[in-house]
Design a binder for this molecule. Structure first.
Ligand SMILES: [Zn+2]
Length: 444
Protein backbone atom coordinates (compact mmCIF):
# COMPACT_ATOMS: atom_id res chain seq x y z
CA UNK A 1 0.00 0.00 0.00
CA UNK A 2 1.11 3.53 -0.70
CA UNK A 3 0.21 6.23 1.74
CA UNK A 4 -1.36 9.63 1.15
CA UNK A 5 -3.73 10.75 -1.57
CA UNK A 6 -3.96 8.54 -4.66
CA UNK A 7 -3.59 11.29 -7.24
CA UNK A 8 -1.18 14.16 -7.72
CA UNK A 9 -3.98 16.21 -9.26
CA UNK A 10 -7.25 14.69 -8.01
CA UNK A 11 -9.42 16.94 -10.19
CA UNK A 12 -7.75 16.53 -13.57
CA UNK A 13 -6.77 12.88 -13.21
CA UNK A 14 -10.37 11.86 -12.62
CA UNK A 15 -12.06 14.42 -14.87
CA UNK A 16 -14.75 12.83 -17.12
CA UNK A 17 -13.36 12.25 -20.60
CA UNK A 18 -15.91 14.61 -22.26
CA UNK A 19 -14.74 17.42 -20.00
CA UNK A 20 -11.09 16.60 -20.70
CA UNK A 21 -11.83 16.90 -24.42
CA UNK A 22 -13.36 20.37 -23.91
CA UNK A 23 -10.33 21.41 -21.86
CA UNK A 24 -7.98 20.04 -24.53
CA UNK A 25 -9.59 22.09 -27.29
CA UNK A 26 -9.34 25.22 -25.19
CA UNK A 27 -5.71 24.60 -24.29
CA UNK A 28 -4.82 23.64 -27.85
CA UNK A 29 -6.18 26.93 -29.16
CA UNK A 30 -4.17 28.84 -26.61
CA UNK A 31 -0.81 27.30 -27.57
CA UNK A 32 -1.68 27.45 -31.27
CA UNK A 33 -2.38 31.17 -31.00
CA UNK A 34 0.80 31.64 -28.97
CA UNK A 35 2.98 29.96 -31.63
CA UNK A 36 1.18 31.84 -34.43
CA UNK A 37 1.80 35.15 -32.73
CA UNK A 38 5.37 34.59 -31.58
CA UNK A 39 7.21 32.32 -34.01
CA UNK A 40 7.98 33.22 -37.62
CA UNK A 41 8.44 29.55 -38.42
CA UNK A 42 5.00 28.52 -37.15
CA UNK A 43 3.20 31.49 -38.69
CA UNK A 44 4.69 30.77 -42.12
CA UNK A 45 3.94 27.04 -41.81
CA UNK A 46 0.29 27.65 -40.95
CA UNK A 47 -0.13 30.49 -43.39
CA UNK A 48 1.08 28.28 -46.26
CA UNK A 49 -1.37 25.55 -45.19
CA UNK A 50 -4.20 28.11 -45.13
CA UNK A 51 -5.08 27.51 -41.50
CA UNK A 52 -5.11 29.96 -38.60
CA UNK A 53 -6.24 30.14 -34.98
CA UNK A 54 -9.80 31.17 -35.91
CA UNK A 55 -10.28 27.96 -37.90
CA UNK A 56 -10.01 25.53 -34.99
CA UNK A 57 -13.47 25.06 -33.51
CA UNK A 58 -13.44 21.31 -32.85
CA UNK A 59 -10.83 18.70 -32.02
CA UNK A 60 -11.29 17.31 -35.55
CA UNK A 61 -10.30 20.69 -37.01
CA UNK A 62 -6.88 20.17 -35.45
CA UNK A 63 -6.21 17.49 -38.07
CA UNK A 64 -5.97 20.23 -40.72
CA UNK A 65 -2.93 21.75 -39.01
CA UNK A 66 0.45 20.72 -40.50
CA UNK A 67 2.64 18.37 -38.50
CA UNK A 68 6.23 19.09 -37.54
CA UNK A 69 8.86 16.38 -37.24
CA UNK A 70 12.44 16.11 -36.12
CA UNK A 71 13.87 16.81 -39.58
CA UNK A 72 11.90 20.08 -39.77
CA UNK A 73 13.39 21.12 -36.42
CA UNK A 74 16.88 20.21 -37.65
CA UNK A 75 16.36 22.43 -40.72
CA UNK A 76 15.11 25.39 -38.66
CA UNK A 77 18.07 25.18 -36.33
CA UNK A 78 20.59 25.25 -39.17
CA UNK A 79 19.32 28.75 -39.94
CA UNK A 80 19.62 32.01 -37.99
CA UNK A 81 19.15 33.16 -35.32
CA UNK A 82 21.64 30.87 -33.65
CA UNK A 83 21.13 28.34 -32.10
CA UNK A 84 17.35 27.79 -32.17
CA UNK A 85 16.30 29.35 -35.49
CA UNK A 86 13.03 31.23 -35.82
CA UNK A 87 10.82 28.71 -34.01
CA UNK A 88 11.77 30.35 -30.71
CA UNK A 89 8.73 32.10 -29.20
CA UNK A 90 10.43 34.11 -26.46
CA UNK A 91 13.38 36.53 -26.39
CA UNK A 92 16.63 34.58 -26.01
CA UNK A 93 17.25 36.16 -22.60
CA UNK A 94 14.16 34.39 -21.23
CA UNK A 95 15.63 30.97 -22.02
CA UNK A 96 17.04 29.37 -18.88
CA UNK A 97 17.55 25.74 -19.92
CA UNK A 98 19.41 24.14 -22.80
CA UNK A 99 18.92 20.45 -23.64
CA UNK A 100 19.37 18.46 -26.80
CA UNK A 101 18.22 15.16 -28.28
CA UNK A 102 20.67 12.27 -28.38
CA UNK A 103 21.22 12.58 -32.12
CA UNK A 104 20.85 8.85 -32.84
CA UNK A 105 18.94 9.80 -35.99
CA UNK A 106 21.15 12.60 -37.30
CA UNK A 107 21.89 16.12 -36.11
CA UNK A 108 20.65 16.64 -32.52
CA UNK A 109 17.69 18.98 -31.99
CA UNK A 110 18.34 21.75 -29.46
CA UNK A 111 15.63 22.39 -26.92
CA UNK A 112 15.31 25.74 -25.16
CA UNK A 113 13.04 26.09 -22.14
CA UNK A 114 12.12 29.06 -19.99
CA UNK A 115 12.00 28.82 -16.22
CA UNK A 116 8.25 28.46 -16.50
CA UNK A 117 8.70 25.61 -18.99
CA UNK A 118 11.08 23.95 -16.58
CA UNK A 119 8.49 24.20 -13.82
CA UNK A 120 6.07 22.55 -16.24
CA UNK A 121 8.56 19.68 -16.79
CA UNK A 122 8.71 19.11 -13.03
CA UNK A 123 4.92 19.18 -12.81
CA UNK A 124 4.53 16.56 -15.53
CA UNK A 125 7.06 14.33 -13.76
CA UNK A 126 5.27 14.88 -10.45
CA UNK A 127 2.11 13.35 -11.98
CA UNK A 128 3.98 10.25 -13.04
CA UNK A 129 6.11 9.75 -9.95
CA UNK A 130 3.10 10.17 -7.67
CA UNK A 131 1.17 7.64 -9.78
CA UNK A 132 4.06 5.21 -9.32
CA UNK A 133 3.94 5.52 -5.54
CA UNK A 134 6.73 8.06 -4.92
CA UNK A 135 6.05 9.96 -1.71
CA UNK A 136 7.94 12.56 0.38
CA UNK A 137 9.59 9.86 2.53
CA UNK A 138 11.30 8.30 -0.49
CA UNK A 139 15.03 8.65 -1.00
CA UNK A 140 15.47 8.58 -4.77
CA UNK A 141 18.81 7.64 -6.29
CA UNK A 142 19.51 8.71 -9.87
CA UNK A 143 22.26 6.56 -11.39
CA UNK A 144 22.73 8.64 -14.49
CA UNK A 145 25.45 10.79 -16.00
CA UNK A 146 23.78 14.22 -15.87
CA UNK A 147 24.52 15.83 -19.18
CA UNK A 148 23.08 17.90 -22.03
CA UNK A 149 20.18 15.44 -22.25
CA UNK A 150 16.94 16.04 -20.37
CA UNK A 151 17.02 12.58 -18.75
CA UNK A 152 16.98 12.45 -15.78
CA UNK A 153 17.14 16.13 -14.87
CA UNK A 154 13.38 16.42 -15.16
CA UNK A 155 12.89 13.28 -13.04
CA UNK A 156 15.22 14.80 -10.48
CA UNK A 157 13.24 18.03 -10.17
CA UNK A 158 9.89 16.22 -10.36
CA UNK A 159 10.91 14.07 -7.38
CA UNK A 160 12.04 17.18 -5.49
CA UNK A 161 8.71 18.85 -6.25
CA UNK A 162 6.88 15.94 -4.64
CA UNK A 163 9.11 16.27 -1.60
CA UNK A 164 11.37 13.24 -2.07
CA UNK A 165 15.01 13.39 -1.06
CA UNK A 166 17.01 13.12 -4.29
CA UNK A 167 20.53 11.70 -4.51
CA UNK A 168 22.29 12.56 -7.81
CA UNK A 169 24.48 9.62 -8.82
CA UNK A 170 26.13 11.61 -11.64
CA UNK A 171 29.77 10.78 -12.36
CA UNK A 172 30.01 7.77 -10.04
CA UNK A 173 30.80 4.46 -11.75
CA UNK A 174 28.37 1.55 -11.53
CA UNK A 175 30.00 -0.05 -8.47
CA UNK A 176 30.11 3.26 -6.60
CA UNK A 177 26.45 3.84 -7.41
CA UNK A 178 25.46 0.44 -6.04
CA UNK A 179 27.47 1.09 -2.87
CA UNK A 180 25.79 4.49 -2.48
CA UNK A 181 22.34 2.89 -2.76
CA UNK A 182 23.41 0.41 -0.08
CA UNK A 183 24.93 3.05 2.18
CA UNK A 184 21.93 5.40 2.03
CA UNK A 185 19.14 2.80 1.91
CA UNK A 186 17.72 4.46 -1.20
CA UNK A 187 14.12 3.39 -1.86
CA UNK A 188 13.64 4.27 -5.52
CA UNK A 189 15.63 4.93 -8.69
CA UNK A 190 15.29 5.88 -12.34
CA UNK A 191 17.17 4.69 -15.40
CA UNK A 192 17.05 3.04 -18.80
CA UNK A 193 16.10 -0.67 -18.69
CA UNK A 194 19.47 -1.50 -20.26
CA UNK A 195 21.39 0.27 -17.54
CA UNK A 196 19.27 -0.96 -14.63
CA UNK A 197 19.73 -4.57 -15.80
CA UNK A 198 23.45 -3.93 -16.31
CA UNK A 199 23.73 -2.61 -12.74
CA UNK A 200 22.18 -5.83 -11.42
CA UNK A 201 24.72 -7.85 -13.46
CA UNK A 202 27.60 -5.82 -12.02
CA UNK A 203 26.30 -6.28 -8.47
CA UNK A 204 25.97 -10.06 -8.83
CA UNK A 205 29.04 -10.84 -10.94
CA UNK A 206 31.59 -8.29 -9.81
CA UNK A 207 30.56 -7.44 -6.26
CA UNK A 208 29.01 -10.69 -5.07
CA UNK A 209 26.03 -8.64 -3.97
CA UNK A 210 22.36 -9.52 -4.50
CA UNK A 211 20.52 -6.33 -5.57
CA UNK A 212 17.18 -7.75 -4.39
CA UNK A 213 18.57 -7.52 -0.85
CA UNK A 214 19.00 -3.74 -1.20
CA UNK A 215 16.23 -1.34 -0.20
CA UNK A 216 15.07 -0.24 -3.69
CA UNK A 217 11.31 -0.87 -3.88
CA UNK A 218 10.39 0.92 -7.11
CA UNK A 219 12.18 1.72 -10.33
CA UNK A 220 11.04 4.11 -13.04
CA UNK A 221 12.32 3.15 -16.46
CA UNK A 222 12.47 5.45 -19.46
CA UNK A 223 14.41 5.96 -22.67
CA UNK A 224 13.69 2.51 -24.14
CA UNK A 225 10.53 0.39 -24.32
CA UNK A 226 11.89 -2.35 -21.99
CA UNK A 227 9.69 -1.74 -18.95
CA UNK A 228 6.59 -2.39 -21.09
CA UNK A 229 8.07 -5.60 -22.55
CA UNK A 230 6.76 -8.23 -20.11
CA UNK A 231 9.86 -10.45 -19.97
CA UNK A 232 12.25 -7.50 -19.55
CA UNK A 233 10.06 -6.04 -16.81
CA UNK A 234 10.01 -9.39 -15.03
CA UNK A 235 13.80 -9.73 -15.21
CA UNK A 236 14.35 -6.26 -13.73
CA UNK A 237 11.73 -6.83 -11.01
CA UNK A 238 13.26 -10.17 -10.03
CA UNK A 239 16.82 -8.87 -10.04
CA UNK A 240 16.05 -5.87 -7.85
CA UNK A 241 13.14 -7.26 -5.80
CA UNK A 242 11.29 -4.09 -6.79
CA UNK A 243 8.32 -2.93 -8.82
CA UNK A 244 9.19 -1.55 -12.24
CA UNK A 245 7.12 1.17 -13.90
CA UNK A 246 7.41 2.49 -17.42
CA UNK A 247 7.44 6.08 -18.53
CA UNK A 248 7.71 7.58 -22.02
CA UNK A 249 8.78 11.12 -22.72
CA UNK A 250 11.02 13.00 -25.10
CA UNK A 251 13.17 16.12 -25.13
CA UNK A 252 11.07 17.88 -27.78
CA UNK A 253 7.76 16.79 -26.20
CA UNK A 254 7.88 16.42 -22.42
CA UNK A 255 6.84 13.66 -19.98
CA UNK A 256 3.63 12.62 -21.69
CA UNK A 257 2.81 9.18 -20.30
CA UNK A 258 3.22 6.90 -17.35
CA UNK A 259 2.38 3.54 -15.92
CA UNK A 260 0.56 3.61 -12.57
CA UNK A 261 0.74 1.38 -9.48
CA UNK A 262 -1.86 -0.98 -10.97
CA UNK A 263 0.56 -1.93 -13.78
CA UNK A 264 -2.36 -2.25 -16.21
CA UNK A 265 -0.29 -3.48 -19.16
CA UNK A 266 -0.03 -0.01 -20.64
CA UNK A 267 0.57 3.62 -19.81
CA UNK A 268 -1.75 6.54 -19.10
CA UNK A 269 -1.48 9.52 -21.41
CA UNK A 270 -1.38 12.74 -19.38
CA UNK A 271 -4.36 14.26 -21.19
CA UNK A 272 -4.39 17.37 -19.04
CA UNK A 273 -1.01 18.43 -20.39
CA UNK A 274 -0.92 16.79 -23.83
CA UNK A 275 -3.09 16.02 -26.83
CA UNK A 276 -2.24 12.64 -28.32
CA UNK A 277 -3.49 11.72 -31.78
CA UNK A 278 -2.75 8.34 -33.38
CA UNK A 279 -2.28 8.36 -37.14
CA UNK A 280 -2.53 5.38 -39.47
CA UNK A 281 0.95 5.07 -41.00
CA UNK A 282 -0.32 4.15 -44.46
CA UNK A 283 -3.49 6.22 -44.88
CA UNK A 284 -2.74 9.19 -42.60
CA UNK A 285 -6.21 8.82 -41.06
CA UNK A 286 -6.56 9.57 -37.33
CA UNK A 287 -7.40 6.42 -35.37
CA UNK A 288 -9.92 7.26 -32.66
CA UNK A 289 -10.73 3.79 -31.41
CA UNK A 290 -8.74 0.97 -29.79
CA UNK A 291 -7.64 -2.01 -31.87
CA UNK A 292 -5.29 -0.48 -34.41
CA UNK A 293 -1.72 0.74 -34.10
CA UNK A 294 -0.42 3.95 -35.59
CA UNK A 295 2.15 6.64 -34.97
CA UNK A 296 1.75 9.29 -32.35
CA UNK A 297 1.18 12.95 -33.23
CA UNK A 298 1.43 14.98 -30.04
CA UNK A 299 0.89 18.51 -28.76
CA UNK A 300 2.18 19.87 -25.46
CA UNK A 301 -0.31 22.50 -24.27
CA UNK A 302 1.84 24.57 -21.96
CA UNK A 303 5.34 24.58 -23.35
CA UNK A 304 6.18 28.05 -24.52
CA UNK A 305 9.80 28.67 -25.58
CA UNK A 306 9.82 26.16 -28.42
CA UNK A 307 6.28 24.83 -28.77
CA UNK A 308 5.49 21.22 -29.60
CA UNK A 309 2.40 21.37 -31.80
CA UNK A 310 1.32 18.29 -33.76
CA UNK A 311 4.79 16.82 -33.45
CA UNK A 312 5.22 13.64 -35.47
CA UNK A 313 6.99 11.55 -32.85
CA UNK A 314 7.24 8.28 -34.87
CA UNK A 315 6.34 6.35 -31.69
CA UNK A 316 4.03 3.44 -32.45
CA UNK A 317 1.10 3.24 -30.02
CA UNK A 318 -2.49 2.02 -29.77
CA UNK A 319 -5.42 3.07 -27.57
CA UNK A 320 -6.36 0.47 -24.98
CA UNK A 321 -10.02 -0.58 -24.88
CA UNK A 322 -9.84 -0.99 -21.09
CA UNK A 323 -9.95 1.68 -18.46
CA UNK A 324 -7.65 1.41 -15.45
CA UNK A 325 -8.66 0.24 -11.99
CA UNK A 326 -6.65 3.12 -10.45
CA UNK A 327 -9.58 5.43 -11.31
CA UNK A 328 -7.64 7.78 -13.59
CA UNK A 329 -9.72 8.80 -16.58
CA UNK A 330 -6.61 9.56 -18.65
CA UNK A 331 -6.72 6.95 -21.41
CA UNK A 332 -4.27 4.05 -21.57
CA UNK A 333 -2.05 3.12 -24.47
CA UNK A 334 -1.86 -0.63 -24.76
CA UNK A 335 1.53 -2.25 -24.04
CA UNK A 336 3.22 1.18 -23.89
CA UNK A 337 5.25 2.45 -26.84
CA UNK A 338 5.56 -0.69 -28.94
CA UNK A 339 8.16 0.58 -31.37
CA UNK A 340 9.34 3.40 -33.58
CA UNK A 341 8.08 3.98 -37.09
CA UNK A 342 11.79 4.27 -38.04
CA UNK A 343 12.60 0.80 -36.63
CA UNK A 344 9.69 -1.08 -38.10
CA UNK A 345 10.90 -2.56 -41.32
CA UNK A 346 10.00 -5.30 -43.75
CA UNK A 347 12.15 -8.43 -43.68
CA UNK A 348 11.44 -11.07 -46.30
CA UNK A 349 8.18 -9.24 -46.92
CA UNK A 350 7.09 -9.50 -43.26
CA UNK A 351 6.63 -6.44 -41.01
CA UNK A 352 9.22 -6.71 -38.29
CA UNK A 353 9.54 -4.87 -34.93
CA UNK A 354 12.79 -5.60 -33.03
CA UNK A 355 11.06 -5.32 -29.62
CA UNK A 356 9.24 -8.63 -30.29
CA UNK A 357 12.61 -10.39 -30.32
CA UNK A 358 13.56 -8.89 -26.95
CA UNK A 359 10.40 -10.28 -25.40
CA UNK A 360 11.23 -13.79 -26.68
CA UNK A 361 14.90 -13.76 -25.63
CA UNK A 362 14.26 -12.45 -22.13
CA UNK A 363 11.27 -14.74 -21.69
CA UNK A 364 13.52 -17.84 -21.86
CA UNK A 365 15.32 -19.10 -18.78
CA UNK A 366 18.93 -19.91 -19.50
CA UNK A 367 19.58 -16.94 -21.78
CA UNK A 368 21.37 -13.76 -20.66
CA UNK A 369 19.85 -10.29 -21.03
CA UNK A 370 21.93 -9.29 -24.03
CA UNK A 371 21.28 -10.07 -27.66
CA UNK A 372 22.34 -8.70 -31.04
CA UNK A 373 20.12 -8.66 -34.10
CA UNK A 374 21.42 -8.15 -37.59
CA UNK A 375 19.89 -8.13 -41.06
CA UNK A 376 22.15 -8.66 -44.07
CA UNK A 377 21.76 -9.32 -47.73
CA UNK A 378 23.58 -12.53 -48.61
CA UNK A 379 23.55 -13.61 -52.29
CA UNK A 380 20.69 -11.16 -52.84
CA UNK A 381 18.63 -12.84 -50.12
CA UNK A 382 17.74 -11.21 -46.83
CA UNK A 383 19.06 -12.98 -43.80
CA UNK A 384 18.29 -12.20 -40.19
CA UNK A 385 20.67 -13.37 -37.51
CA UNK A 386 20.36 -13.32 -33.75
CA UNK A 387 23.14 -13.79 -31.23
CA UNK A 388 22.25 -14.64 -27.65
CA UNK A 389 24.25 -15.52 -24.56
CA UNK A 390 23.81 -18.93 -22.97
CA UNK A 391 24.19 -18.82 -19.19
CA UNK A 392 26.83 -21.28 -17.89
CA UNK A 393 24.29 -23.23 -15.83
CA UNK A 394 22.12 -23.76 -18.93
CA UNK A 395 24.87 -25.38 -21.06
CA UNK A 396 23.36 -28.87 -20.67
CA UNK A 397 19.98 -27.62 -21.95
CA UNK A 398 21.42 -25.93 -25.04
CA UNK A 399 19.49 -27.97 -27.63
CA UNK A 400 16.15 -27.59 -25.86
CA UNK A 401 16.66 -23.85 -25.45
CA UNK A 402 17.67 -23.48 -29.10
CA UNK A 403 14.55 -25.34 -30.27
CA UNK A 404 12.31 -23.27 -28.03
CA UNK A 405 13.94 -20.02 -29.07
CA UNK A 406 13.49 -20.86 -32.71
CA UNK A 407 9.82 -21.85 -32.22
CA UNK A 408 8.97 -18.77 -30.18
CA UNK A 409 10.63 -16.43 -32.68
CA UNK A 410 8.75 -18.00 -35.56
CA UNK A 411 5.49 -17.73 -33.62
CA UNK A 412 5.97 -14.09 -32.58
CA UNK A 413 7.64 -12.67 -35.70
CA UNK A 414 6.91 -15.12 -38.55
CA UNK A 415 10.59 -15.25 -39.45
CA UNK A 416 13.37 -17.80 -39.42
CA UNK A 417 16.64 -16.71 -37.78
CA UNK A 418 20.21 -17.75 -38.10
CA UNK A 419 20.92 -18.35 -34.38
CA UNK A 420 24.34 -18.07 -32.75
CA UNK A 421 24.99 -18.94 -29.13
CA UNK A 422 27.72 -17.02 -27.35
CA UNK A 423 29.19 -17.43 -23.88
CA UNK A 424 27.88 -15.20 -21.10
CA UNK A 425 29.73 -11.86 -21.22
CA UNK A 426 30.77 -12.03 -24.89
CA UNK A 427 28.17 -9.66 -26.37
CA UNK A 428 28.52 -5.86 -26.05
CA UNK A 429 27.18 -4.15 -22.92
CA UNK A 430 25.53 -0.75 -23.26
CA UNK A 431 25.77 2.03 -20.72
CA UNK A 432 22.60 3.97 -21.38
CA UNK A 433 20.57 3.27 -24.51
CA UNK A 434 21.27 0.05 -26.34
CA UNK A 435 21.85 -0.38 -30.07
CA UNK A 436 21.19 -4.08 -30.50
CA UNK A 437 19.65 -3.94 -33.96
CA UNK A 438 21.81 -3.49 -37.07
CA UNK A 439 20.21 -3.32 -40.49
CA UNK A 440 23.03 -3.78 -42.99
CA UNK A 441 20.83 -3.83 -46.11
CA UNK A 442 21.04 -0.93 -48.50
CA UNK A 443 17.65 0.45 -47.53
CA UNK A 444 15.74 -2.03 -49.61
ZN1 LIG B 1 -3.97 3.46 -13.74
Amino acid sequence: MTDGPVYWNPVLETYPLEKIRVLQLKKFNKIFQWAYDNSKFHRKLYHEAGVGPDDIRTLEDIQTIPKVDKSAMQDIQRKDPFPYGDALCVPLEEVTEYRQTSGTTGQPVYQPDTWQDWEWWSESWAYLLWAQGYRPHDRVFIPFGYNVFVAFWAGHYGAEKIGCEVVPGGVLDTRARILKIQELNATAMMGTPTYILGMADTAVNEMNLDPSQLTISKITCAGEPGASIPSTKRRIEEAWGAKVYDHAGATEIGAWSYECLEQPGGMHVNEALFLVEIEDIETGEIIEKPGRRGKMIITAFDRQAQPCIRFDSKDIIEWDANSCSCGRTFRLIKDGVVGRADDITKVKGVLFAPSAVEDVVRGLDGLGNEYELQIDTVDSREQISLQVELMPEAETRRETIEAELSDQLRLKTNLHYDLKFRKYGELPRYQVKANRFKDNRNNL
